[in-house]
Design a protein around this ligand. Structure first.
Ligand SMILES: [Fe+2]
Ligand SMILES: [Fe+2]
Length: 147
């Protein structure tokens, strides 16, 4: 399974993405006829949901303009994961390798596009905040000089 991951230069987000891809890789090689497999899958869905919630809270706090589109991509993935889980449980079937490959591909693609764009915004925002601080500092300084 392809475990390549685009690092975004943000320790927390990179760590969470790595953990998600590792989780998928673990699921892909686990025997599916044991209760551990189902537990691990449920745990993985919890983890990916927490990751999405964390990212969405970050986006909301920064008033990221593309939040709604980004959130929709998260929702689609959670719905697909729950659907695979449901059909596995109901049919007591086997999850094919393609499903895990698709999960891994989706994650890598989402990180490469949506998450990377958000990180670019976050960095620009930090620079913008710094500039605003400098402008305020300068005007305070000029006012002081003038008085
Ligand atoms: Fe992410
Ligand atoms: Fe995301």
């Amino acid at each position: 399974m392809d475990k390549s991951l685009d690092l975004l230069g943000h320790d927390e987000i990179d760590h969470q993405h790595r953990s998600l891809l590792d989780g998928i890789a673990r699921l892909a090689v686990m025997p599916q006829d044991s209760p551990r497999f189902l537990n691990e899958w449920v745990r993985f869905i919890d983890e990916i949901r927490s990751h999405f919630e964390w990212e969405e809270a970050e986006m909301a706090s920064l008033e990221y303009p593309d939040t709604a589109r980004h959130r929709r991509d998260h929702r689609r993935q959670v719905a697909a994961l729950l659907e695979h889980l449901r059909s596995f449980r109901e049919a007591e079937g086997v999850v094919s390798r393609e499903v895990f490959q698709a999960m891994s591909d989706w994650t890598a693609r989402h990180v490469r596009s949506f998450d990377r764009e958000f990180m670019a915004f976050l960095r620009e925002r930090e620079v913008w905040d710094l500039r605003q601080e400098l402008v305020l500092w300068e005007s305070d300084f000029l006012l002081e000089q003038a008085s």
